[in-house]
Design a protein around this ligand. Structure first.
Ligand SMILES: [Zn+2]
Length: 262
């Protein structure tokens, strides 16, 4: 196992930016704000060797320009989605591509995961068991459908759910408590979900991140990965949100319900 680890860099009100490092070199994932990234690089005596971007939203790419000025290297690699226009990107990626980085020593497989945005990609480091999925899959939730369709999001989430259960899910926001509250409304009888609520509340009470989660925990608790579960379908039908048992319609109905959920 290579000696690389992930630093959590909080930014804005609820974003997580990620720095993957080997103690000397670091890669930033979705640096929406350069300030916290530069402070973390300084604090840990790290130098930045690459940037990975999942989608074009400002809270994921807003720090790129300032970081490029800071590193001041014309050959500095910035990886991003092939199907989105993002300033500063030097290598455009899509499904089936791999990213190899020398220092820190990392290899990512790229997945197309449209839904939140139309060109959204995710990065999987298989040897480490890490998933960087931006705003596609959240701890106990999923991203809003700003550009894609419920069918696209269903396929994207299925792709992520097919990763090994121990895979760590590095999503980009601390939305977990609100997400678990919603999940309990959608599937109140889920015992694993009830236990998760207590565990996540405990972490937040201590001001600890609830991220990363795991694919296994998400499959047991995340309603957006459980659209075929009878309890979820019955609840949506009883509330008049769903006419049939179609999983794509169920995901659309869940997303719609969550958008207005308090
Ligand atoms: Zn976004």
């Amino acid at each position: 196992m290579r000696n690389v680890s992930v630093l959590t860099v909080p930014a804005f009100s609820d974003n997580y930016l990620w720095l993957i490092h080997d103690g000397s070199k670091a890669v930033a994932v979705d640096p929406g704000d350069a300030g916290p990234i530069m402070a973390a690089l300084d604090a840990h005596k790290l130098s930045l060797t690459a940037i990975l971007l999942t989608h074009h939203h400002a809270d994921h790419v807003g720090g790129v320009e300032a970081l490029l000025r800071h590193v001041n290297d014309p050959n500095f690699p910035v990886y991003g989605p092939r199907r989105e226009e993002i300033a500063g990107v030097t290598v455009r990626l899509g499904e089936g591509d791999t990213v190899e980085i020398g220092a820190p020593n990392l290899r990512f497989d790229v997945l197309d995961v449209p839904g939140h945005t139309s060109g959204h990609i995710a990065y999987v480091e298989r040897e480490q068991g890490w998933l960087f999925c931006g705003d596609t899959l959240f701890a106990c939730g999923c991203g809003r459908l700003f550009e894609g369709t419920p069918a696209q999001m269903t396929d994207s989430l299925a792709k992520l759910a097919a990763l090994p259960p121990e895979t760590l899910v590095y999503c980009a926001h601390e939305y977990t408590i609100g997400n678990v509250r919603f999940a309990l409304a959608a599937e109140p009888g889920n015992r694993v979900l009830q236990e998760r609520f207590a565990a996540e509340e405990e972490k937040r009470a201590q001001n600890k991140p609830t991220v990363p989660s795991t694919i296994g925990l998400e499959k047991h608790t995340n309603p957006f990965l459980r659209c075929a579960e009878p309890e979820i379908l019955r609840g949506l039908q009883a509330a008049g949100r769903l006419d049939d048992s179609d999983p794509v319609a169920a995901l659309a109905a869940l997303r719609e319900w969550k958008n207005g959920f308090k």
